[in-house]
Write a protein that binds this ligand. Sequence first.
Ligand SMILES: Nc1nc2c(c(=O)[nH]1)N=C([C@H](O)[C@H](O)COP(=O)(O)OP(=O)(O)OP(=O)(O)O)CN2
Ligand SMILES: [Zn+2]
Length: 126
Amino acid sequence: MNGVSMMMCELSQTFFFDAAHTLDRAIETASSKRIHGHTYNAEVFLTGQPDPTTGMVIDLGLVRREVALLREQLDHHLLDEVEGLGPPTLENLCQFIFRKLLPALPALTSVRVWRTSIGDGCRVSR
Ligand SMILES: Nc1nc2c(c(=O)[nH]1)N=C([C@H](O)[C@H](O)COP(=O)(O)OP(=O)(O)OP(=O)(O)O)CN2
Ligand SMILES: [Zn+2]
């Protein structure tokens, strides 16, 4: 086997969801505590060696299917009420998405969530 066929590949897929939340914060307290909404962007990363027959680490269509199921739990929801999320921060959203997708997507290595409007983001990896 040559060096190139042994290389690890990192696949990625982006998606977004619109959701409402409140946050308890030490600063900007009043506006954070009022229910308000955001568009969240997210990206999932899957790492592995492509199967020699299919040429794929995993079919990205399967990833899209799992992401769509996960997305239903967040899109147009009040994040404060999403079971298992905890305080609806970028950190907890990353960890929630990771936990939900991992059983169906064992090649998952990273999840990123960010908000373009304000420039904030978070990435969790293993
Ligand atoms: N460690 C973290 N710190 C903060 C987080 C976070 O998720 N992790 N989140 C926030 C706020 O949600 C963020 O600053 C946005 O503030 P918010 O008032 O919700 O929205 P804006 O009005 O500023 O942004 P728009 O998207 O334009 O509405 C703070 N710290
Ligand atoms: Zn907010």
